[in-house]
Design a protein around this ligand. Structure first.
Ligand code: OAD
Length: 267
């Protein structure tokens, strides 16, 4: 990492009164949740044009229920086992000192589990089941996801059929994919999760510093948020082991190593 950039980032954090942290899958990578677009990422095995929207998923479930069982397992199993890593905890510590909001594209609930408040889940949450009107009907726990994962694992040893797949969602989670009850997650072509998306846009106008962590910034409208902050002159710090996308101060490396350092040294 460029030492000069680290110093600049620390200075910015020290001077900021209102911080927004914008996170993507990379912040949870070291909690064991694979990202989408890196090598071994979810979209490599399950192409997004087939699996990242409800219509595609239903079509796949009809023709290839076993593949959909594998896809759902690929999503829920790592989340069911995950615990927050030092990057999530560093944000909580930052929030204890400076007014901080978090905008996350992740559906894994790890920011909240680390004790962070004011988290905007703009792509929804795997833990919230909603009805057709969008009303929350049940909040799941990691143990519920573990139970579903076990159920699906068992099914994969046998013969997966669409009926068995739907029955396992209904029996274990109470999810009914006729559209009555479903997880509140945003797939491609869906509207962003509200009221979180509205709040995220307000944050982009409000913050004095934005810290962008672990996102490839490929997916819109989410990736608009750092651009909006940048356009109005808000400084940006970017933490990523590969590259920054928003022309900010780039800190190259893993979130769990860099973020705790920055927060600690800015004290
Ligand atoms: P991606 O998989 O597109 O990008 C992950 C980013 O994390 C990459 O830039 C990696 O370099 C970086 N990364 C990997 N390991 C890291 C680590 N240890 N520390 C920090 N960064 C690391 O994931 P997102 O940008 O979050 O949306 O993807 C955005 C959206 O695309 C997701 O919310 C999801 C997906 O399709 C929907 O499905 C609607």
């Amino acid at each position: 990492m460029h030492a000069g950039n680290l110093e600049k980032a620390i200075k910015l954090v020290r001077g900021a009164r209102k911080v927004t942290v914008f996170t993507g899958a990379g912040i949870s990578a070291e909690s064991g949740i694979p990202t989408f677009r890196d090598t071994g990422g979810l979209w490599q095995e399950f192409p997004p044009e087939r699996f990242a929207h409800w219509q595609g998923l239903l079509k796949e479930a009809w023709h290839h229920p076993e593949l959909v069982a594998r896809f759902v397992l690929g999503v829920i199993e790592p989340v069911a086992r995950a615990v927050p890593n030092p990057a999530h905890h560093a944000i909580t510590r930052l929030q204890q000192r400076i007014t901080t909001t978090v905008i996350t594209q992740n559906i894994d609930g790890l920011h909240q589990e680390a004790g962070t408040q004011d988290v905007r889940e703009i792509h929804g949450s795997l833990f919230k089941l909603i009805d057709r009107s969008g009303t929350l009907v049940r909040t799941l726990h990691r143990a519920d996801l573990q139970a579903l994962a076990q159920h699906l694992q068992g099914m994969l040893h046998d013969n997966v059929t669409l009926l068995k797949l739907l029955a396992s969602f209904r029996n274990v989670l109470g999810v009914d994919f006729k559209g009555i009850v479903r997880p509140n997650i945003v797939l491609f072509h869906d509207a962003m999760a509200e009221p979180d998306w509205q709040r995220a846009q307000q944050d982009a106008q409000w913050c004095e510093l934005m810290i962008v962590v672990g996102t490839s910034a490929q997916v819109y409208p989410a990736a608009m948020i750092p651009h909006q902050a940048h356009q109005r002159g808000c400084p940006i710090i970017e933490i990523n082991p590969v590259t920054g996308e928003f022309g900010g101060i780039f800190l190259k490396g893993k979130a769990s190593e860099i973020l705790p350092q920055v927060v600690q040294k800015a004290r």
